[in-house]
Design a protein around this ligand. Structure first.
Ligand code: HPA
Ligand code: ZN
Length: 334
């Protein structure tokens, strides 16, 4: 097994992180107080109680119910800045060099917080991470798939200026997967792409959903990356395709265990992906909820795949750099 020190020093890229999922209980409660937000009575009322709840979730929906309540404490541009800046400071110490991060404007606009407030707060933290920590980053706007497609299309239109000027580098799709297949969002993806041909496209697929959702995201939404994607393993033809088109899967090991997608990290088809030349990166998803940031995910995988040597880890780090959306000059630096 490789050493923790080696994993820490390895230049790491994050491709699957929801900024709202970095809201630690010890920031959530002070923000609630600062913004005079009363949390529902059914919601844990102390840091200890909330940490206790975060120890286990029944499934994706059980987690999402808490996650969306948590977002209610974020109101001002400063809140979004503070949240993302706290994240960047934390992962800087874990050897993160590049981050492509998700956010969900609709969790905030539905409460009267403007898309400008959210986007500019996060963007300011990204700029500070670059200038003070040397971490490069990209913002990926996600659409919440449980919201009506027409409303999602309006969100895309509301984000037009940020897509045009490159503040938003990518479009993604998250929230409850199974009842809301990719085909519902074709127009959203086409419209967003029409605003900027350089907009990158990705989507959550194959987390709780089937391999067919992965194929549909590729065929119907024209994504070039898949978030999670682990259920692709059940379709041999799809595995061949992911390898030949070099579609990267952004795998989230600790998340998959916490949301009971798998019983243990050992069950993830990571060795099969390596053997079949399917590129993947290792990511943290919602670290405040799932008990670990990027390095914690790397360490857990190293424990559960003890045969992987320095060469294997070097290959994983290289695949993560290659699959990033930064330009070739930055890739070379990484
Ligand atoms: N899946 C779907 N939606 C999400 C997730 C996830 O892992 N995290 C935050 N929103
Ligand atoms: Zn996710």
């Amino acid at each position: 097994m490789v050493s923790v020190e080696f994993l820490k020093e390895l230049p790491k890229c994050e491709h699957h992180l929801h900024l709202e999922g970095t809201l630690e209980p010890d920031l959530l409660f002070p923000l609630a107080e600062r913004n005079h937000i009363t949390l529902p009575q059914t919601f844990p009322q102390t840091v200890t109680e909330l940490n206790e709840k975060y120890k286990s979730f029944r499934d994706l929906q059980d987690f999402l119910d808490y996650y969306y309540i948590g977002t209610n404490v974020l109101i001002k541009e400063e809140d979004f800045f503070d949240l993302a800046w706290a994240y960047f400071q934390k992962v800087h110490k874990q050897g993160l060099v590049h981050a492509e991060v998700f956010y969900d404007p609709q969790s905030h606009t539905s409460r009267g917080v403007t898309i400008e407030t959210v986007t500019l707060g996060f963007q300011r933290a990204c700029a500070k991470a670059q200038s003070e920590l040397g971490i490069s980053s990209k913002l990926i706007m996600c659409l919440l798939r449980h919201i009506e497609p027409e409303e999602c299309l309006q969100t895309v239109k509301d984000a037009k200026k940020f897509i045009e000027d490159g503040t938003i580098s990518g479009l993604g799709l998250d929230s409850a997967e199974r009842p809301f297949p990719p085909n519902l969002f074709i127009e959203c993806y086409e419209t967003a792409k029409s605003y900027n041909k350089d907009l990158q496209l990705t989507a959550h697929a194959g987390e709780e959903g089937s391999a067919q959702f992965v194929a549909d995201a590729l065929d119907l939404l024209n994504v070039t990356r898949i978030d999670h994607g682990i259920n692709s393993i059940h379709d041999a033809e799809l595995i061949q395709r992911l390898a030949s088109e070099q579609i990267m899967l952004t795998v989230c090991p600790l998340s998959n265990v916490k949301l009971q997608v798998v019983k243990s990290v050992k069950e993830l088809p990571l060795q099969e992906f390596l053997d079949n030349n399917v590129p993947f990166s290792l990511n943290s998803d919602d670290p405040a909820y799932f008990g670990g940031y990027i390095l914690d995910n790397y360490i857990q995988v190293s424990k559960d795949f003890p045969d992987w040597n320095y060469g294997t880890w070097g290959r994983i780090a290289k695949n993560a750099i290659n699959g990033s959306w930064c330009d070739s000059k930055r890739k070379h630096e990484l």
